[in-house]
Design a protein around this ligand. Structure first.
Ligand code: NAP
Ligand code: MG
Length: 479
């Protein structure tokens, strides 16, 4: 065990020594593959002091153009290390290798996007009076704290730090204990790309200690949290003690709403992908299918065929789906499947698949049909490869079913009728509506409704969110 690699926090341009460590497991086998430094509240202090020093020493005076150059250099660096980052991510999280490549490419794309857009972040000149200039400018907050979950460390880590760095903040990022490897490597690569030490710091360890220390630290001026509802509430409360704003990107139970006129050739594979991607461990997973009863049987038959043909295996072997992140998460999902058996009809899957390594955290692709809107498996986020299917008669019923959720992150709508598509965009209580597709890009603002939180990620709006407005009046003397 002594020769095992220890993934250590990266603070102020160097790795911190680690006195205590935690195990890192391979989700495909359950074997320990490395150790993770367990940071203390003192380490979090060091990271924030380093970040503030980097901000004061010069980062706060960089121009948007200088930062854009660095962001582009970082994107190039990530692209150069694409194979390495994808392999780390696949091994650490268990996700299929091709998905890890998608995530690595997204990581580069976030920096590229904010490099492209940061110079368009303008203030206003306000026509208040002719004897003075009244204007606003957008300023960074200073040091921002970022807490992310384990499902897409590269994707979610870069999603939150790229706009913050672009806006001129220095960042302290805390990845999840279950998947921290790629984020630590990213911080190291930021130095290779030319970022000054201290601009991007990564602290590792447990949420209850490191995450809590970060979110409640008076040196942090804005907190961005992605994760579960209860922890999000705790993070927002801790930030509120310091009068610091917190963005909360929380869970989801997103619906795909399929009308009878939908093109099922396009819809069926996209709906399957929306729940099977990352083994269902995606905040915006299309975990609830609501289908017009006239096409219910046909769509279900197509989905069963796709689920049957989906291989399950170790991430680096690039199967259809990989394992879940941890034994705990697998047991939680299996628990929901047991609940589902008493609430609805199990169509396919429903347990641990055959032919996978015994120690891995696998769950078979699973479909429940005849799921009522108020069933536990339709209401609660399962965060596994489990699709629930319910049906509706008309548009009104479809909207009511889709909006019955406590969550409101994303909705997919499948129809050939443009008027109906627009009515659905208007009436669905979610932050993003995707019509005849379930994919979105980095350019599209992403924010929740209801218990999905009130974060503002992605797009130009995230860049604005990481700045605050300063207003000024300058009298024209002598006029
Ligand atoms: P979680 O328990 O809320 O953990 C998220 C992060 O918070 C982790 O880094 C965790 O650290 C940390 N944390 C735990 N306790 C903390 C505390 N008391 N104070 C501060 N930080 C703390 O979430 P999860 O169960 O790992 O992740 C799954 C959830 O995230 C799902 O509900 C999913 O929908 C949501 N999610 C949302 C989005 C989105 O964009 N809306 C994206 C992905 C996931 P440790 O893991 O080290 O304890
Ligand atoms: Mg791991």
């Amino acid at each position: 065990m002594t020769d095992m690699q220890t993934i250590r926090a990266f603070v102020d341009g160097r790795f911190l020594p680690a006195s205590d460590t935690l195990p890192i497991y391979d989700p495909g086998t359950g074997e320990e593959i490395a150790r993770l430094a367990e940071c203390t509240a003192d380490d979090v202090d060091l990271a924030i002091i380093g970040a503030q020093a980097a901000f004061d020493a010069g980062w706060r005076r960089t121009s948007a153009a200088q930062r854009a150059d660095l962001l582009n250099a970082f994107a190039d660096t990530i692209a150069r290390h694409r194979d390495e980052l994808a392999a780390i991510e696949s091994r650490d999280t268990g996700k299929p290798l091709r998905q890890a490549y998608v995530d690595a490419d997204f990581a580069a794309r976030y920096f590229r996007y904010y490099a492209n857009t940061v110079e368009a972040l303008l203030g206003d000149v306000i026509p208040a009076s002719t004897d003075r200039l009244t204007f606003t400018m957008r300023e960074p907050f200073g040091v921002t704290g970022h807490i992310i979950p384990w499902n897409y460390p590269l994707g979610l880590g870069t999603r939150t730090i790229a706009p913050s760095l672009a806006a001129g903040n220095c960042c302290v990022l805390k990845p999840a204990e279950d998947a921290s490897m790629s984020c630590v490597r990213l911080a190291e690569l930021a130095i290779e790309a030319g970022f000054p030490a201290g601009v991007l710091n990564v602290v590792t360890g447990r949420g209850a200690t490191v995450g809590a220390a970060l979110s409640g630290h008076p040196g942090i001026r804005r907190v961005s949290f992605t994760g579960s509802v209860p922890v999000g509430i705790a993070v927002a409360q801790a930030a509120a003690q310091n009068l610091v704003p917190a963005d909360l990107e929380l869970g989801g139970k997103s619906a795909n709403v399929v009308f009878a006129d939908a093109d099922l050739d396009v819809a069926a594979p996209a709906i399957a992908q929306s729940i099977l991607q990352n083994a269902g461990q995606t905040c915006s997973a299309g975990s609830r299918l609501l289908v017009d009863e006239r096409v219910h049987d046909e769509l279900l038959a197509r989905l069963v065929t796709i689920f049957e043909g989906t291989t399950v295996g170790v991430g680096l072997d690039d199967p259809g789906i990989g394992p879940l992140i941890s034994a705990r998460q697998r047991d939680r999902v299996l628990g929901y499947i047991e609940t589902g058996r008493g609430e609805a009809d199990l169509v396919i899957g429903g347990g641990v698949p055959e032919g996978v390594p015994a120690g891995g955290y696998f769950v078979a692709p699973t479909i429940f049909d005849g799921v009522a809107d108020d069933a536990t498996i339709a209401r609660e986020e399962i965060f596994g490869p489990v699709l629930t299917v319910g049906s509706f008669r008309d548009e009104e019923g479809a909207i009511a079913a889709a909006n019955s959720s406590q969550y409101g992150l994303v909705a997919g709508v499948w129809t050939a009728d443009a008027g109906r598509a627009l009515r659905m965009v208007r009436d669905l209580q979610v932050g993003q509506v995707l019509v005849n597709t379930f994919s979105n890009g980095v350019e599209l603002p992403f924010s929740g409704r209801k218990r999905s939180g009130y974060g503002l990620e992605k797009g130009f709006e995230a860049l604005r969110a990481f700045t605050q407005t300063k207003a000024a009046v300058v009298m024209m003397q002598g006029s």
